[in-house]
Design a protein around this ligand. Sequence first.
Ligand code: HEC
Ligand code: HEC
Length: 362
Amino acid sequence: MTCRRNAPRFLAATLATSLAALAPAFASDAIVDAQGDTVVVAPGHASLQKWLLPETAPSPADNVTTPERVALGKKLFFDPRLSGTGRSSCATCHLPERGWSDGYPKSIRFMGEVMTRASPTLVNTGYNTIQQWDGRSPTLEHQAANGMSATGSMNGGSEKPVTGVANIGRIKGYVDAFERAYPGEPLNVATLAKAISAFERSIVSRNSPFDRWVRGDATALTAEQVRGFRVFIDPAGGNCSVCHAPPNFTDNGFHNLGLMSFGEDNPDVGRFKQRPVALLKGAFKTPTLRDVALSAPYFHDGSARNLREVVDHYVTGGQVRSNLSPNMRPLALGPEDRAALVAFMEALTTPTEVFVYPVLPP
Ligand code: HEC
Ligand code: HEC
């Protein structure tokens, strides 16, 4: 009896002790975040290191990243000869200077055909465990091979999927580069996809002001941005990190956010088409938020023009609520908290030098 009555007090004492051990100077800044972890919102604090990404994105055993593979994939990514018509490259819709997206609400492919969804950023996509807004590609290699198929983003639909590959196979510079990067492997759709994926795994953002602050640089973030981070991870605030989880600001999961477009006739059902589970109707993949300030407009349907509009959407708790994620609810955030959230997301951009485009083999 006595023992049981004392238990809560004992637990509270233990918690207080372990918090004090974590960081005595900042104990008052401790909160339980959306992951259920007690974290201390202070630069360099041990409890925040879970937000840091490993230096390199993981690569599969049959396509281990090497400099030769990345260099080859970089050329292919920018080469329109990879497409059926010879007029489109991966970079047509994933431009480095547009945050590896294209700036359109929905992508446009050959002959001006508007696609059904926005081009997602490719930043840090190598750290993700599933690809595409609806997760229909398990790996980058699968996505790249698909993109080059007859109906993929790289072809007009009528072109034969092999045309682009045949083009590449006729270029001596590529044949030699393939021999160096993938000795003994044939030059085909599979190896092309491997090389492109190796390059995509090198599109990494992990040195933003936020990352530097997490590593201990107290001057990297403004007070407003720190406030925004706190709102971001606080379940009673923005509750953003319940889905935009550490380290890559994504849970690699799928959620229906109640966007207006889900209320239209025959809406895009997203993940449901791959996995017919009721909760997944209208659910799309949680994107990373590193470098997010560079890739407007936002959401799979391009419906938010800027980060302020994104935050305004979350504050409503979702506009079409017929199949809303249980983690969406109206947020009690005043104008200062909303502005702080935007300021925080702007601190997720890694400053880059001017991107150097590859020289394509003649
Ligand atoms: C015409 C525009 C267009 C072209 C060209 C294009 N893409 Fe995309 N890309 C998109 C769109 C739109 C999506 C989202 C499709 C979806 O989820 O339904 C996408 C999705 C992706 C994804 C998934 C990213 C993620 O985080 O889920 C990757 C990776 C990708 N593209 C790489 C490539 C590569 C590699 C090429 C060249 C072989 C390419 N894209 C060519 C428009 C394009
Ligand atoms: C229930 C899970 C969930 C919560 C909570 C959540 N997000 Fe998202 N977020 C997503 C998903 C899923 C998408 C993509 C949805 C789509 O396009 O249909 C997304 C998209 C975004 C985008 C657009 C990114 C892009 O590249 O288009 C931003 C910015 C964003 N969220 C910020 C936030 C902020 C800030 C919060 C907290 C106020 C938040 N999110 C809360 C799951 C969530």
